[in-house]
Design a protein around this ligand. Structure first.
Ligand SMILES: Cc1cc2nc3c(=O)[nH]c(=O)nc-3n(C[C@H](O)[C@H](O)[C@H](O)COP(=O)(O)O)c2cc1C
Length: 195
């Protein structure tokens, strides 16, 4: 993990970033969250429309409510698929103590404008910038796709102040990493050179 005092090289950050699912209790300062969002909005967007908004959630009770809402829905969906590789996740979802947010101190929802056709692509690029910037600051992250289900719950939508004209594209958690697992290996890319 890199620290915020060393100059960091972008290819090192890209190579070393990994999803963090185990966090310390240390809070992430507001300045760091602002720096991460500032990096996010440097992403390219179709037609330069920048169709995003951000919701920063530091209320652990609200994150717990959101997780508790998503867990049984996810468990049901996963059970329907019945694949052996999802058994461990299914068991975790049935554990009352498990949080889909891994007890991270911050959740940032990257919201995309519904009336911009490219907003999912644009917000995804923004999200990757944010995760890389976080890593460069010594902060871990993980995209929690499962959390997009919160949009189906009007009470959560209202508590999270998600406007009607925006959708949740990237729910991202951030925090200082506790001991890390090794990064999953990448398959060799299939590359076709023409000519
Ligand atoms: C669109 C998307 C959705 C994801 N959803 C989840 C999720 O709900 N829970 C989770 O633990 N990780 C989630 N991840 C993280 C991936 O599991 C992770 O990126 C992948 O296993 C590769 O590992 P790495 O990020 O450490 O390189 C998601 C990643 C992406 C891009």
């Amino acid at each position: 993990m890199l620290t915020d005092i060393e100059p960091v090289e972008i290819l090192t950050v890209i190579r070393e970033r990994r999803s963090v699912r185990n966090y310390t209790d240390r809070e992430v300062p507001e300045t760091a969250i602002r720096s991460i969002i500032a990096a996010g909005i440097q992403a390219p967007t179709a037609l330069g429309l920048q169709p995003w908004q951000f919701v920063v959630v530091r209320d652990r009770n609200l994150m717990r409510r959101a997780s508790d809402y998503c867990k049984p829905i996810l468990a049901e969906k996963i059970q329907e698929e019945s694949r052996p590789e999802t058994e461990e996740f299914l068991a975790a979802l049935r554990n009352p103590d498990y949080s889909i947010f891994y007890n991270a101190p911050v959740l940032v929802l990257v919201l995309g404008a519904r009336d911009v056709v490219s907003s999912v692509l644009d917000c995804s690029l923004c999200a990757e910038n944010m995760m890389l910037a976080a890593w460069a600051l010594g902060i871990g992250s993980c995209w929690i796709g499962s959390a997009a289900l919160i949009q189906e719950n009007p009470d959560l939508v209202s508590a999270l102040k998600i406007p009607d004209d925006h959708q949740v594209v990237a729910p991202l958690i951030f925090g200082y990493p506790a001991p890390l697992l090794p990064k999953p290996d990448r398959r060799e890319p299939r590359i076709t050179w023409v000519p």
